[in-house]
Design a protein around this ligand. Structure first.
Ligand SMILES: [Zn+2]
Ligand SMILES: [Zn+2]
Length: 352
């Protein structure tokens, strides 16, 4: 039996390299060879806090080559490049899916490789249990796999802006300059924002924010009056028309709601603020009719949109991938990386 290497998650702080048989595609299944697997913030949280149930191979951001197709599976070719990501479609025709919102399907994540039951892409090969009902999307010719695999980051921001009331010519503020914030900056610019203001906490990030289309970068930590700085940067005394909270922490959310968003506008909750909100009082927010809008992942249609826009070179994210690491280094240089200076997105290449 042919063997492969896999990094297996056994619980918080415990990932072990193992040799396992290469999976076989049974009826209705498919096996892919992983080209790159993104190291996601979710994986880092899983490693730290066990938010994903062990024992499992992590890795839900995969670009892969179709290796073996089981009986009865249609629509794929061996050798074809595909994206394999969350969430899944649903066979149960749940309310969310029948309303065209598979991103909030309750059956999606339990079926997603690397998050729910099936093993993910921190391995050389991956079994896809139900390719016809999972988000397996062909990568168009001419699209670099390292750009394609960023879908999990880019499409989160793309979905958030599409879900908002954003209109051509609006001013946009993005709080957070990690991969999702950076993606939001470029998408807002590409969508026709009049002004995009990036709000971060680390000055070295300014360069890439400006490269991706920000008109101004403001450091929330060192700026003495953030609200004023934002209003000056966008040239509007009221605040931003659309605000995207992409940092996923309370301080950033407070800034967005209290200082950045104009009255009556939307704050899109893109980052997942995990901590309890001890400092946010709604009393000053309600009279301003600030709309706090939850937004979560993306749809298959939005992945296709992203891939097509990449293929047509309407958007590109140079410099987003800062590290390509071997499977064996997925802990030290990946999920448990201590020094994150200059690091944006890490990819695992199981072939090295
Ligand atoms: Zn992810
Ligand atoms: Zn569903």
């Amino acid at each position: 039996m042919e063997k492969m290497r896999a990094a297996v998650f056994y619980g918080a702080g415990d990932i072990r390299m193992e040799e396992r048989p290469i999976p076989k595609a049974g009826p209705g299944q498919m096996v892919v060879r992983i080209d790159y697997c993104g190291v996601c913030g979710t994986d880092m949280e899983a490693y730290k806090y066990e938010i994903v149930k062990p024992v499992i191979v992590l890795g839900h951001e995969n670009v892969a080559t179709v290796y073996e197709i089981g009986e009865g599976v249609e629509g794929f070719k061996v050798g074809e490049k595909v994206l394999c990501g969350p969430p899944s479609y649903c066979k149960e025709h749940c309310t969310a899916c029948s309303q065209g919102r598979p991103n909030i399907c309750e059956h999606g994540f339990p079926r997603t490789n690397g998050i729910g039951g099936p093993d993910g892409g921190y391995a050389e090969y991956m079994l896809i249990d139900d390719p016809m009902h999972t988000m397996i999307i062909p990568v168009p010719e001419g699209v670099d796999e390292k750009d394609a695999v960023l879908f999990d980051v880019i499409c989160v921001s793309l979905h958030a802006l599409r879900k908002s009331n954003f209109k051509f010519g609006d001013t946009v503020a993005v709080s957070g300059t990690g991969p999702i914030g950076l993606a939001a900056i470029q998408i807002a610019k590409a969508a026709g924002a009049r002004t995009v203001v990036a709000i971060g906490t680390s000055d070295p990030k300014k360069e890439i924010c400006m490269k991706y289309g920000a008109d101004a970068y403001i450091n929330a930590k060192t700026c003495s009056d953030l609200g004023r700085a934002v209003r000056e940067a966008i040239g509007n005394p009221d605040g931003a028309d659309v605000t995207l909270e992409c940092a996923g922490n309370q301080a950033s959310l407070l800034n967005c709601v209290m200082q950045v968003a104009k009255s009556g506008s939307q704050v899109m909750l893109v980052g997942i603020v995990g901590e309890p909100l001890s400092q946010l009082s709604l009393a000053p927010v309600i009279p301003r009719e600030i709309e706090l809008i939850c937004t979560f992942t993306y749809t298959p249609e939005e992945i296709r949109m992203y891939l097509e826009m990449l293929a047509k070179k309407k958007i590109s994210f140079p410099g987003m991938v800062t590290d390509i690491i071997a499977l064996e280094d997925c802990v030290e240089k990946g999920v448990d990386r201590k020094d994150r200076t200059g690091q944006i997105k890490i990819l695992i290449d199981p072939s090295i």
